[in-house]
Design a protein around this ligand. Sequence first.
Ligand code: C2E
Ligand code: CA
Ligand code: CA
Length: 670
Amino acid sequence: MFHDFKTWLCLSNDPGIIIAQYDAMRRQMPMLFALLIINAAAVTYIHYLWAPQWLTVGITACLISIVAVRLLAWTVFAEATAKITPERARKLLQRSIVSATAFSLAFLTWAMLLDQYGGQLEHAHIAVFTAITVIGCTFCLMHLPQAALLVNVTIMVPLLIYYLCRGNPIFIAIGFNIALVSAVMTRVLLNTYAAFTTQILSQASLALQQVATERLGEDNARLALIDMLTGLPNRRYFFSRLDEMLQECAVTGERFAVGIFDLDRFKPVNDMYGHVMGDRLLADVGRRLAGQVGEGILIARLGGDEFGALISTYGDRAFATGQHICALLSEPFDIDDNRLSLGCSGGIAIYPDAGTDANELIDRADYALYNVKSAHRGGCALFSADHETRIRSERAMEAALQTADLDAELHVEFQPIMCLSTLTILGVEALGRWTSPLIGEVPPDRFIAVAERVGMMHPITIKLFRKALRSFVAMPRNIGLSFNLSAQDIVSSELIALLMAAIEEEGVDPSRVTFELTETALMCDFDAAVSGIRRLRSIGIAIALDDFGTGYSSLSSLNRLPLDEVKIDRSFVDGLGEKAGRNIVGAILGLCRTLEIDCIIEGIETELQHSQANELGFDLAQGYLFATPMTMPSLLLWLEERGWQEGFSFPRPRHMLTNRGRSIARIRPV
Ligand code: C2E
Ligand code: CA
Ligand code: CA
């Protein structure tokens, strides 16, 4: 217990409490000393005539001088609370405890010596002086209870003994009264002090909690701006920084570039190796890009495999930065034992040439990117005046298509598919045509892209297909009809149902119909496309893989898809004059034969190409050399000129019959 008391006397270990005590004492100690000086002076004045001078003048002067020095120390020379260290404050407080006890003893002794002189009133004055001073000091020492307690004990115990020894019952009663008041006061003071320390501690813990909450808030704010997978800034940060740059540059007149980058072949890698591998690949891409971030360039992940860059240069320098980013991501990535080769395409728009707000700049950069992507060439493109003209014409096209009378404006032309060995017609490919009264004739690849963008693909497909079927009934019965479907068509089960219903309603044998699909269309949603293909094949419709060789995964598609026909893209025809080109086309033909798939070569324009295709062993071909796309009346005339009349059928080559028979009978599971 004594040990606890000693520990208590040595003051709290909490630096916050020590500083708070010091702060309170700085405000209260001067009052305590002033009280002592005034009270001591009053007592001296009353006893001046009674007591000897050495006591009234000498000792009093000494005591008052020492107290005055302490008063100065706590006022003029006191250290500011904000600057003092807890160790220094503790030292000063400990010193105050010792000096308060010493002063108590000194003043009590002085008062008792004075009490030896004078009459009853003077004795009473001493008793009142002692009581009032003890009460006053106790209050002033409220925040240093150690000192207050020692002062009370140091004064009350000797005072009581003194009054008891003197034997005067009135002063004994006064002594007990004062002792009682001082004991109660001490108790109250200890309670108040306990409340004081609790308050200080809870304030400190509140402050700590506040700091922790602020830190958590800052962390959350930081995390909200970072993409967790790649560690790069995220879309939100990118757009807020873009807004800031727009505001700054609107004032300074500086130019800068916005880049949008998209990984090539990421989707096939993700599909083939799984999402975990896809995520690791993206993390590696993020690490590579993070190495490029620095003064004047910010790269963020905008979502999926799309990244954005803010580049503080423009023109050729911004273009060079874009090319560098694309080249960097075209280097292979090694993950575990796999070497993965992606590519990267990018589009760059310059502020303020391409646009003055965030949406415009992003749209323009995206447009430049889209152009790079659709040309399958990788690398980066700057948004140009030519792009701007095309955007305008596409907008006009969108408006014209949305208000078009589809029945009146759309029609179908047919291009014969030929058997090379007999030079007879085996089928026709239906090609959509749109003649707008507002903007004139629009090539199909352009209006199909616009229709996909504005969500009009399905009504256009079904309208063209119905028109094609109605014209097609005039054709000889052993001739097939090929019709092109877009990416949005093959993944829609509703549209597939409509196509099947149209075939039935127009009374066409489904085994005469082939739907042509490009690889790009199939890759958009591979699973949905495969289930669409299965449904069509289940009623005998054939499926052709169009523009073969221009997609990303041509060879793997042959194996993975239930196909009946492959159409080699016309870009390969140009290569037939060279050995390497011939080898490639020959290899594709060989592969198709092995897989028992018909193979058509497209875009034969010259006799030379015809004979080269013949030499390689092609049986089926299409091209301007044989016939350009024609309306049905022109096609019927064309056929008539070649000896076809109503009721006459061209002999169908044997391999085509065999294959088609196989295609219908053999519905390959996938
Ligand atoms: P595609 O399916 O590859 O169609 C063949 C395209 O090549 C046709 O162009 C045709 O006119 C052209 N062509 C045929 N022989 C030759 C040749 O010897 N030399 C050259 N240079 N070209 C030749 P077209 O009619 O302009 O169609 C372009 C593309 O638009 C088509 O390419 C097809 O992907 C798409 N398309 C056409 N009609 C439709 C349609 O009704 N629906 C859908 N979804 N797409 C269509
Ligand atoms: Ca086609
Ligand atoms: Ca084609």
